[in-house]
Design a protein around this ligand. Structure first.
Ligand code: ATP
Ligand code: MG
Length: 430
């Protein structure tokens, strides 16, 4: 036998029954986005490396060490598997001049790629749902996006998802804070870890985001960006807070909340849970008013968030909120191979009427015994067996047998139904 092949480390296969949970969650997301009038956008998985270097900032975890980048062997172009989708969405919006007739509300879902150490809630191929509102200056849209995420948690039945917000102000405000922050960190240089020392002058704000427990006290006492905000930035932040208050959305102001990407300004936020251990951030976002111009577009404000699908599914599981795995309405028992043509014709009529049916399929040794077919019917979880036996077919009928003792179906005992009128009795099988 040939050597077995495995998936790339940190990249998962997803199959039934879990894939049903994914489909269910995706369905909930689509409904939610439609209710908020966000429209779907699909951008390529592969983008020019330069997009992320320019869009995310050179001194970010992602650009420094997490990107899957490679050279196109045919033309030497530098390419990267997208580590996030905001940069790609903005590129697409700019490239197709989508804001020409006004702002846009967009959403996406799909795989992202980051070369991280795989662990619970952290994978190398993972999935995000994201929402972006482009061309809106806020703070109403900032609030809308946050409320929309909160509505999703409620819709999914999730609890223990806490909102944290902060304001990063504008670049000039950040640079005043940056000087104070660097001076403070320099005074405590002996307490900085290697990562922090490396970032001290390139991206000191990110040091506040450290996950190193030994540095928590230090960053806790560092100068707070919010104390450096001017009147306009504060007004934006306070207006957001008022809108959230008015919607009854609880939040905590976390002055140390910064985002992994350089492109954020003003509002930033995260939804965090204590139910998932270390990987507790399930959704994160903020305003990125400078990004569109940075990627070559006409300057326009924008705001968005992205949630981690694996973490949401993990949380749903931890909180017992995953739906029951779907089962077919019926299992078709086909004792004779000669009946297959008729059976398939009837099943199509039933399926067109919306009934889900798992058809017994034979093998090289024939159809198998009735007993083994009934066993499979039971195992399928179907409510009814449709028995296409020789005598039933000869009489132009199919026998419908309830398989579950719950007495919930509309057919309670074994019943014969006419093959030619399947469309009229189909609904009784649900
Ligand atoms: P973290 O601090 O956990 O590394 P991040 O700041 O890099 O997160 P974002 O880039 O903001 O994360 O991505 C938004 C969300 O996507 C995260 O809150 C998380 O739920 C999810 N996410 C990010 N990276 C991964 C990953 N490697 N595996 C699974 N989910 C991820
Ligand atoms: Mg990360």
């Amino acid at each position: 036998m040939a050597e077995k092949l495995s998936a790339v480390k940190g990249m998962n296969d997803i199959f039934a029954p879990e894939s049903a949970h994914w489909e269910w969650l995706e369905g909930k997301v689509r409904e939610l986005m439609a209710r908020y009038a966000y429209r779907n956008v699909r951008t390529p998985i592969v983008e020019p490396t330069g997009l992320f270097v320019r869009g995310l900032g050179e001194v970010t975890d992602i650009v420094e060490k997490e990107m899957y980048s490679f050279e196109d062997r045919l033309n030497g172009e530098q390419l990267t598997l997208r580590p996030e989708a905001t940069a790609g969405v903005v590129r697409a919006v700019v490239e197709h001049n989508l804001l020409y007739d006004g702002p846009k509300r967009l959403y996406y879902m799909g795989p992202m790629f980051r070369h991280e150490r795989p662990q619970r809630g952290r994978y190398r191929q993972f999935h995000q749902v994201g929402a972006e509102a482009l061309g809106f200056a806020g703070p109403d849209v900032d609030a809308e996006l946050i409320v929309m995420a909160a509505d999703l948690w409620a819709e999914l039945g999730l609890t223990d998802v806490a909102l944290e917000i902060n304001s990063l102000g504008q670049p000039a405000e950040r640079s005043a804070h940056r000087q104070a922050l660097i001076a403070y960190l320099e005074r405590h240089i002996d307490r900085l870890d290697e990562d922090a020392r490396r970032r001290l002058y390139s991206n000191p704000l990110r040091i506040l985001d450290t996950k190193n427990p030994a540095m928590q006290a230090l960053v806790e006492a560092a100068p707070k960006l919010i104390d450096y905000l001017g009147a306009e930035s504060l007004a934006h932040f306070n207006a957001l807070r008022e809108l959230l208050d008015a919607q009854g959305i609880a939040y905590r102001i976390n002055p140390r909340l910064v985002r992994g990407m350089d492109y954020y300004n003003l509002s930033v936020f995260e939804f965090v849970t204590t139910s998932l251990g270390a990987q507790g951030t399930v959704c994160a976002g903020g305003r990125y008013d400078g990004l569109i111009a940075q990627i070559g577009g006409k300057p326009a404000p924008a705001v968005g968030w992205a949630l981690g699908v694996e973490r949401i599914l993990e949380l749903l599981k931890a909180q017992n909120r995953l739906p029951a795995v779907p089962v077919p309405d019926c299992y078709a028992i086909v004792p004779q191979a000669g009946a297959q043509a008729t059976v398939m014709r009837v099943l199509r009529v039933l399926r067109q009427a919306g009934i889900s049916i798992q058809m017994h399929a034979g093998g090289p040794d024939g159809q198998g015994s009735m007993k083994s077919q009934f066993k499979k019917a039971d195992a399928s979880g179907a409510r009814y067996a449709l028995i296409f036996g020789e005598s039933e077919l000869a009489a132009g009928q199919v026998a419908v047998k309830p398989l579950r003792a719950d007495g919930q179906g509309s057919i309670t005992g074994q019943t014969l139904l006419p093959l030619t009128e399947a469309a009229t009795w189909a609904a009784r099988l649900r």
